[in-house]
Design a protein around this ligand. Sequence first.
Ligand code: NAP
Length: 390
Amino acid sequence: MQNITILGSTGSIGKSTLDVVGRHPEKFTVFALSANTQHEVLLEQCLKFRPKYAVMRDESGAQRLKEGIAEAELNTEVECGVAALEKIASLPEVDIVMAAIVGAAGMQPALAAARSGKRILLANKETLVMVGQLFMDAVKENGAVLLPIDSEHNAIFQVLPREGSLGGGGVKRILLTASGGPFRNFSKEALERVTPDEACRHPNWVMGRKISIDSATMMNKGLEVIEAHWLFNAGADQIRVVVHPESIIHSMVEYIDGSILAQLGNPDMRTPIAYALGFPQRIDSGVESLDLCRIATLHFEEPDFSRFPCLALAFQALKAGGAAATILNAANEVAVQYFLEKKIRFTAISEMIEQTLSELGALPLDTLEEAIEIDRIARDVASALLSKVA
Ligand SMILES: NC(=O)c1ccc[n+]([C@@H]2O[C@H](COP(=O)([O-])OP(=O)(O)OC[C@H]3O[C@@H](n4cnc5c(N)ncnc54)[C@H](OP(=O)(O)O)[C@@H]3O)[C@@H](O)[C@H]2O)c1
């Protein structure tokens, strides 16, 4: 029996995780859950899974949750804030931490899990983008086990040789697949006019709003390129993005003998979640079998860096090193929020990121404190660009 903490349990990945966990009551106990604002959803989850801890982001949310917990006469302890998230990620009773908070807010608790040597199921790719070196060092130094949840990286993990990196086993490169998002065939002019609701309507995946916008700009693929670099020790020139609109092949690894190994499945995040929960065994995920005869045809094409400049910016940040990826991530979070609030055009997202990167230039990054400070500065710089790019 393993105790699991789910950071961000009320989100898309969090709910899928509870779905898989709920299928295996003999294997997993829910130890702690967390949410940002959705205290009613968290209360429902507490009623069903009876965790020891439930953490809200702030005091007022925690107060509301406490009232519900008291009314239901549950024993769940309610806490709030970043320190409480770090606590439920690192307590000795915890075996597994699902890191599924969205954005930079997920970084500190994920790092706490790494520093406590947990088995970390990492959905929060922003952690690796912001502090890749620090996070990977913390995993190694503390004997943590890192399992990628992003379907692409989970697929790569499944088809890589057991060493788990590009260092050995005759691996040539990674072929990172991308659906191309809802605007794959849109012209530059049409992209000027798209709305947040259209951008959130992904053709294959149901996801939170931030990652949906990232998919529409292809920044999601850019963040994944940086994530693949850290997870698999791959250089920028060893990662090729391949647009594959059906999202059936979740990614591939090419070997020096000409073989390409792929992992296929229906686009449902419960597959990578179940793989990581059960690893090295396979466990039931509840996902339907993939019917290849019904799918019949798969398509592949080159990404268009000129219509989707966010992808090019991410490659640029990876090659630049230092704090570039941290700046890219912060500016992207600010720009996506402005777009969701209808304050800027869709195409202004990449403009805001590019200008923030060029204003801040090359900065070194060696510590967590520096990462937090650079993240703050980049958010200020990006916010100040609002009137210029809108
Ligand atoms: N969805 C996918 O299919 C998918 C696939 C691959 C990777 N990922 C990655 O997984 C992560 C989660 O994505 P998602 O789609 O599940 O996002 P989501 O649906 O927006 O859920 C985000 C979760 O984080 C919580 N949260 C948000 N802001 C927070 C803050 N400031 N402090 C503490 N908690 C906060 C939310 O709480 P509330 O519900 O209360 O707002 C929610 O539980 C992202 O990093 C994403 O890139 C997602």
